[in-house]
Design a protein around this ligand. Structure first.
Ligand SMILES: [Zn+2]
Length: 316
């Protein structure tokens, strides 16, 4: 049910209000900070539009809700960047247009959730614009993005709503746990279910190994080990020698390039950028934040990856 969403009242009221109006079609842009489970909100919205058991809400247990939750409902399409891609290509959008123009399989509402809307190329955005200008009856588009830095023509045709990160109170966890996961809603909720151990310290020496396992398995327990390793690194920062930092960087690059964990250079840069981001947030030192963010930006300026990493960690 919408009331059970852990997100604050603002988004719940917004969704309820939209559903009440029983629109024939619509285009929405949900945006929020990294780590906000925007896909979770979009999925809940899609369920509330389609659940046969409850009007303008979802039960979460019927066949339709279950299918939507698992992403295998025929009238729900979720598209976005695949690993290694940097742009949402025209083929995916053409497929959306084709499906939006044909009739719904289940006779209810067709929902297209489009992630990475900020990463559309010109052709994809133009094609998408045409369909959202006059969306076929019963068709809903939900765009999700971490930024509003997207094509203004798409922005102006969407109902834009900011999804606030759930607070510590909404999530019912301690501040310590919230900070450990850097407020990442999805991870906190999964942790609450699985209760992986957070107390046992993991040495920073195993940081790269945890990253490797996480990239291979994509499981929260490895992400937790990675976060623990980063916490331990920061805790010991004064003791860590320059030579140790350099060897960690070399290990990192070796693992990324030789264990087939990255598909191309842009994918490699993205992983390193995320890693740097975690280090900066976890350091919680406003004095160095600006400088470190600037050094993280080097990755985008085509300065070689090893050089950027060295500058970053020697200044860390
Ligand atoms: Zn249901």
């Amino acid at each position: 049910m919408l009331d059970n969403l852990v997100f604050g009242d603002k988004i719940k009221l917004f969704l309820k209000n939209e559903l009440k109006q029983e629109k024939e079609a619509g285009t929405y842009l949900l945006y929020g900070d990294r780590g906000t489970d925007l896909l979770g909100v979009a999925t809940a919205f899609a369920m509330a539009m389609n659940c046969p058991k409850l009007k303008n809400d979802y039960c979460g247990v019927c066949e339709v809700c279950k299918k939507i939750e698992h992403g295998n409902y025929v009238d729900l399409e979720i598209i976005g960047l695949l690993q290694g891609e940097s742009k949402v290509g025209i083929d995916k959008i053409k497929n959306v247009i084709y499906k939006a123009s044909s009739s719904s399989y289940e006779g209810r509402k067709k929902v297209f959730i489009i992630k990475d809307i900020e990463s559309m190329n010109k052709y994809s955005s133009n094609a998408l614009l045409k369909i959202i200008e006059e969306p076929p009856k019963g068709t809903f588009f939900i765009f999700i993005s971490n930024t509003l830095n997207i094509l203004s023509t798409i922005l102006s045709r969407s109902i834009v709503i900011k999804v606030e990160k759930p607070s510590i109170k909404d999530l019912e966890v301690t501040e310590e746990i919230y900070n450990f996961f850097m407020g990442n809603t999805k991870e906190i909720l999964e942790w609450k279910k699985e209760k992986f151990d957070l107390d046992q310290v993991k040495s920073y020496n195993s940081l790269i190994e945890s990253l490797k396992l996480y990239l291979e398995e994509k499981e929260l327990k490895y992400k937790i080990d990675l976060l623990k390793g980063i916490d331990d690194y920061i805790y010991n920062i004064k003791k860590i020698k320059k030579s140790e930092k350099i060897s960690m960087i070399l290990d990192l690059l070796y693992v990324l390039q030789n264990e087939k964990l990255v598909e191309n250079r842009s994918h490699e840069r993205k992983i390193i950028e995320k890693l740097m981001y975690i280090f900066i947030i976890k350091l919680k030192n406003p004095k160095s934040t600006e400088k470190l963010l600037e050094l993280k930006q080097n990755l985008k300026k085509n300065i070689n990856i090893q050089g950027s990493l060295t500058l970053f960690f020697l200044n860390f």
